[in-house]
Design a protein around this ligand. Structure first.
Ligand code: ADP
Length: 484
C-alpha cells in the first residue's frame, strides 16, 4: 500500500536525532494490521541513542527559546501547511500501519495538524502579569518561560494527533522535544518529522526515537530518569502511566498524562432518540472503538431501552468492515491479536453472565471484528469495569437519574462521558454531577484543538489543546524588584 505515495520521500524508516537520520544497529518490523504483511523495517534505538537525543534537544533549546514567539509560530505554520499539502500520503501511511479507513486517517491528519496551527497562534499569547504592590519600594512581576527539554511517549491509536497535541504546545512555548512514538505506528511519526525538517525546524528541536516494545521500556527509563528532561507527556494505558509517574518521581519531573477511560453514554427517556443513536455510533465505532473517549458503557433509561437497542443494532449491522484502503469501508481491523482477544473475552464474559447478543459478535479473518451490540448487560460483567477498546456496545438499563449518575461515576476513570437529554434542568444537573474531565451533551464527538482535553481521577493529569494546553510546558517565574 505504500508503493503509491505521491512523495516517496515521506516514507522514513530511520530515527531523527539532532537533525540527522539515524539507522541504529538493529531494526524492527512494522506490519499492516489488515493483512499482517510487513510494511517496513524501522531503526530500533536504545538508551545510548536516547541519551544523544536528549543532548541534542538540550543544545537546540537555547537558540529555539531565544526566537520570538512569532518566529517560532512561523516555522510551525509552515509545518502545518506542509502537513495539509501531503495529507493524502500521510493518510495512506497511517491506514497502512494503523488500519483505520482512509477517510478517517485523512480526518486525523487534519485534526493533528490543527494543534500545530492553534499553538503557533497561542505562542504569542503566553502573557505574564504584574501584581499590585503592597510595598511602595517594590514591584512584583510574573513572567512565563519554557520549561526546558520535553519528552513525549505516544500511542498507536492516533499516530499523528497524539504527537502534535504534545509537541505543538511544547514548541510554541519554546521547548525542544524528544518523542518516542508507539512501536506499531512509527512511520506516521517519521513522516510528520520529515515535514518538520522541510519546514525549517532547527536541528535538535524535534527528535524522534523509534524503538520496539522492549527497547521502548529502556528508552522510557532514560527519558524519565534524565535530569535534563524537565517534562514528560504520555498518552496510553493507566498501567504504563503509573510506571512512568513512578520513574519520574526521583527527578521531580512535571508530568502530563492522558490515560485510560471507561466512558459512560447515558440516554434519558426525554432524549431525541435518533440523535442519541447517531451520537452513539460516532462515539462507539470511531477507530473501531479504539479511542480513549469511545463510549464504553451505554446506560439507557427503561422507557426507551428496547427501542434504543433496536435502532443501535440496526445501524451497527450496516457498518462495512474491511481493509481501510477499500472504498466504502467504515471500520478497519483492530491493531493486533491481543486487541482482538480482549474484545472476544469481554463479549464471552458478558454472554456467559446472561447478556443478549443483538448484533455482531463475530471475528472475521485475523483482526476484524463486527460491530457488536449486547443487551441486558449488568455491572457484574467485565465490560462494565474495563475499557474494551473495540467495537462492542454493551447496553445497561436504568430507572432514575440518580441511579444513572451513580452507575456512570462508579469507576476509577474519569476521561470522557456523554449523555442525551432535552430537559434543560437535567442537562445542568447531570453535566455537573458526572466526575469526568469532559462531558458531551447531545453529541458523541467532543474533540477539537480549541478545547481542554483531559481526565480526572485515574484518567490522567493536565489538559491538552485549548489555551490551557500550553500551561504544562511553561514555568512561572516571579521577579521581585526592590529599591524603586
Ligand atoms: P497501549 O496499551 O494502548 O498500546 P501502552 O500504554 O502500552 O498503550 O503504550 C503507549 C506507549 O507507551 C507506546 O509508545 C509504548 O511503546 C509505550 N510504553 C509501553 N510501556 C512502556 C514503558 N514501560 N516505558 C516506557 N514506554 C512504554
Amino acid at each position: 500500500p505504500l508503493a503509491t505515495l505521491a512523495d516517496p520521500g515521506l516514507l522514513k524508516t530511520d530515527a531523527l536525532i539532532g537533525g540527522e537520520w539515524v539507522g541504529g544497529n538493529s531494526r524492527f518490523d512494522v506490519t499492516d494490521p489488515a493483512t499482517g504483511l510487513k510494511l517496513a523495517s524501522v531503526a530500533n534505538l536504545g538508551p545510548v541513542d536516547c541519551h544523544n537525543a536528549i543532548v541534542a534537544a538540550d543544545k537546540a533549546w537555547g537558540p529555539w527559546r531565544s526566537k520570538t514567539a512569532k518566529e517560532r509560530g512561523a516555522v510551525m505554520m509552515k509545518w502545518f501547511h506542509l502537513i495539509h499539502q501531503h495529507a493524502d500520503d500521510l493518510a495512506r501511511i497511517m491506514t497502512a500501519e494503523q488500519g483505520k479507513p482512509l477517510a478517517e486517517a485523512r480526518g486525523e491528519v487534519v485534526y493533528g495538524a490543527s494543534f500545530i496551527e492553534w499553538f503557533a497562534e497561542e505562542a504569542k499569547r503566553v502573557y505574564g502579569e504584574t501584581i499590585p504592590t503592597t510595598d511602595n519600594n517594590k514591584r512584583y512581576i510574573v513572567i512565563k518561560q519554557p520549561i526546558g527539554v520535553c519528552a513525549a511517549i505516544t500511542p498507536w491509536n492516533f499516530p499523528i494527533a497524539m504527537i502534535t497535541r504534545k509537541v505543538a504546545p511544547a514548541l510554541a512555548a519554546g521547548c525542544s522535544v524528544v518523542i518516542k512514538p508507539a512501536e506499531a505506528t512509527p512511520l506516521s511519526a517519521l513522516a510528520v518529522a520529515e515535514l518538520a525538517q522541510r519546514a525549517g525546524m532547527p536541528a535538535g528541536v524535534l527528535n524522534i526515537i523509534t524503538a520496539d516494545a522492549e527497547q521502548s521500556i529502556a528508552v522510557g527509563q532514560v527519558l524519565c530518569s534524565s535530569d535534563v528532561v524537565r517534562h514528560l507527556s504520555f498518552t496510553g494505558s493507566t498501567e504504563v502511566g503509573r510506571i512512568l509517574a513512578r520513574q519520574c518521581a526521583p527527578t521531580v519531573k512535571k508530568i502530563s498524562l492522558e490515560l485510560g477511560g471507561n466512558a459512560p453514554f447515558i440516554v434519558f427517556d426525554d432524549a431525541d432518540l435518533d440523535s442519541a443513536v447517531e451520537g452513539a455510533m460516532v462515539s462507539k465505532y470511531r477507530n473501531a472503538g479504539q479511542t480513549c473517549v469511545c463510549a464504553n458503557r451505554f446506560y439507557v433509561q427503561a422507557g426507551v431501552y428496547d427501542s434504543f437497542v433496536e435502532k443501535l443494532a440496526a445501524k451497527s449491522r450496516g457498518i462495512k468492515v474491511g481493509n481501510g484502503f477499500e472504498a466504502g469501508v467504515h471500520q478497519g481491523p483492530l491493531i493486533d491479536d491481543q486487541a482482538v482477544h480482549k474484545v472476544e473475552s469481554h463479549v464471552a464474559d458478558a454472554l456467559g453472565k446472561g447478556a443478549r447478543l443483538v448484533a455482531g459478535g463475530q471475528r472475521i479473518g485475523d483482526r476484524f471484528y463486527t460491530p457488536t451490540v449486547l443487551a441486558d448487560v449488568t455491572s457484574e460483567m467485565l465490560c462494565a469495569r474495563e475499557e474494551t477498546f473495540g467495537p462492542v456496545a454493551p447496553v445497561f438499563r436504568f430507572e432514575t437519574e440518580a441511579e444513572a449518575i451513580a452507575l456512570a461515576n462508579n469507576t476509577e476513570f474519569g476521561l470522557a462521558s456523554y449523555f442525551y437529554s432535552r430537559d434543560i434542568g437535567r442537562v445542568f444537573r447531570v453535566g455537573e454531577a458526572l466526575e469526568y474531565g469532559m462531558v458531551g451533551i447531545n453529541t458523541g464527538l467532543i474533540s477539537t484543538a480549541e478545547v481542554p482535553f483531559g481526565g480526572v481521577k485515574q484518567s490522567g493529569l493536565g489538559r491538552e489543546g485549548a489555551h490551557q494546553g500550553i500551561d504544562d510546558y511553561i514555568e512561572i517565574k516571579y521577579l521581585c524588584l526592590g529599591d524603586i
